[in-house]
Design a protein around this ligand. Structure first.
Ligand SMILES: N[C@@H](CCC(=O)N[C@@H](CS)C(=O)NCC(=O)O)C(=O)O
Length: 235
């Protein structure tokens, strides 16, 4: 029997984990770690995630941190039926792993830096903004090409590779004002995934976190603050 606690906040890294828990119909408790108040750096939490970031889970006494590790752990332990994952040793598993790592090493960190420089930074670097926005868009065009030839990233089935990438692409409009109509197959895929009940529930976790309207306003103010600054790049 699962005894899972999810430590999270209303962000795209957090919703990867909550969507997977919802898709697998696993019972879990949620602890809100407010990163706007720096709670992720408190000693008690660093014992669960030494990297001081959300998400993390405790499954009984077992800690799992880094969203990619959480995703693979949950799939391996709780998705024996293959509801949202392919089994190790199959060709589809390798494709799933490739698109999952494309997210973990590409979309996640690049778009994460775009979020940072467009919304949260204390200085304005036009160079960094352009670099990370362009890189995010380049990665989206690769997702779009793949989704023109395949309904889901790993093949015919919706999997953990889709969930990981979806959480960030879904956030692109609110965080970065990116209009994904530029990539039609990507747009159709986001809309299709967004209609799943488990995805709607996962996106609303944690309860008491920022709802979509409050978040949109918070993010808009952050972008406005950076836009109003003078560029501080030095060449
Ligand atoms: N590589 C990590 C990234 C986690 C991450 O950056 N989480 C953000 C929220 S989306 C966070 O906690 N930021 C606060 C901080 O790093 O201090 C993962 O995939 O879990």
């Amino acid at each position: 029997m699962a005894d899972i606690t999810l430590y999270t906040f209303s962000t795209p890294n957090g919703t990867k984990a909550s969507i997977i828990l919802e898709e697998l119909c696993l019972p879990y408790k949620t602890v809100l770690v407010n990163i706007a108040k720096n709670e992720q750096k408190q000693d008690w939490y660093l014992k669960i995630n030494p990297n001081g970031a959300i998400p993390a889970i405790l499954d009984g006494n077992r800690r799992v941190f880094e969203s990619g590790a959480i995703i693979l752990y949950l799939a391996q332990k709780y998705d024996a039926e293959g509801k949202i994952s392919y089994a190790p040793g199959t060709p589809e598993y390798t494709e799933q792993l490739s698109w999952l790592m494309f997210h973990m090493g590409g979309v996640g960190p690049m778009q994460g830096q775009a979020h940072y420089f467009c919304i949260f930074s204390n200085v304005k670097s036009e160079y960094a903004i352009e670099r990370y926005l362009n890189e995010t868009k380049r990665l989206y065009s690769i997702l779009d090409s793949r989704l023109k030839e395949s309904p889901y990233l790993a093949g015919d089935k919706y999997t953990i590779a889709d969930i990981a990438n979806f959480s960030f692409v879904h956030a692109a409009s609110a965080f970065l004002e990116i209009d994904i109509s530029e990539w039609p197959a990507l747009k159709r895929w986001v809309e299709r995934i967004g209609q799943r009940e488990a995805v709607k529930k996962g996106l609303a976790v944690p309860a008491g976190g920022m709802g979509p309207e409050v978040a949109a306003e918070f993010l808009r103010k952050g972008r406005e603050r950076i836009n109003a600054m003078a560029n501080t790049d030095r060449y």
